[in-house]
Design a protein around this ligand. Structure first.
Ligand SMILES: Nc1ncnc2c1ncn2[C@@H]1O[C@H](COP(=O)(O)OP(=O)(O)OP(=O)(O)O)[C@@H](O)[C@H]1O
Ligand SMILES: [Mg+2]
Length: 200
């Protein structure tokens, strides 16, 4: 059984690619057979893996570029055939055709967002896009002094939107991690556990 989890937000720069890589590494470290699909034509996640490999610091997870709807469909079929346990899909911002395909394939969608009221207000169009897909918001890149997180959680949960218990802090080491095989902070292990539980 292959579970398919997408990191999705129509807004750019919310942390989709970074979360995809760190959650993939955390899942891998906990023994899950995981594969990443990079459905973003910008290919940040694929470039991350390629850069790490070129520098002799290969990620222990395969990252497959899948920039078209057909490529995503084929790669998910291949992952099922290869008995991959969890496929993580990094997606582009906006609402391109590839995203419609990802929405059809995922059994869990994670929406990363900062926690300010304006950021939370920008989550609604993505929730509309996800319609009936099981979804959780992940509060990401939070300032250490952030007080908005609990307000954001209440605002979302009051209208029936799930929010991951794990909130991800802003960290300089995470910002610098592109192109490396980084150590995985505990918070991503916690998020990976929540994801495993949500899809089981
Ligand atoms: N927890 C974090 N702490 C610090 N910086 C972070 C964190 N998460 C993400 N970032 C940084 O935020 C920026 C945007 O992250 P990322 O590229 O992952 O977002 P994205 O949603 O994939 O963007 P796009 O929509 O353009 O693909 C990057 O510079 C990344 O290093
Ligand atoms: Mg990205």
């Amino acid at each position: 059984m292959t579970d398919v989890v997408g990191f999705i937000h129509s807004k750019g720069g919310v942390g989709k690619s970074t979360l995809t890589v760190f959650v993939a590494l955390a899942l891998r470290n906990s023994g899950v057979i995981v594969r990443v699909l990079d459905a973003d034509p910008q290919a940040s996640t694929h470039r991350w893996a390629e850069t790490a490999a070129k520098d002799g610091d290969r990620l222990p997870v395969d990252v497959i570029p899948t920039p078209s709807p057909q490529a995503v469909r084929d790669a998910v079929s291949a992952a099922r055939a290869d008995e991959i346990e969890i496929v993580l899909i990094d997606t582009p911002p906006g609402t391109p055709a590839v995203l419609d395909e990802v929405v059809k394939l995922v059994n869990l969608a994670l929406i990363p967002t900062a926690a300010s009221p304006m950021d939370i207000d920008r989550v609604w169009p993505t929730l509309d896009l996800l319609a009936d897909v099981p979804t959780a918001v992940v509060l990401n890149a939070l300032d250490a002094r952030e007080t908005a997180a609990s307000i954001a959680k209440n605002t979302l949960e009051d209208v029936g939107v799930s929010v991951a218990d794990t909130t991800v802090p802003m960290r300089a080491s995470v910002r610098r991690a592109f192109g490396t095989n980084p150590p995985v902070p505990a918070v991503y292990r916690e998020l990976a556990s929540e994801i495993k539980e949500a899809v089981s």
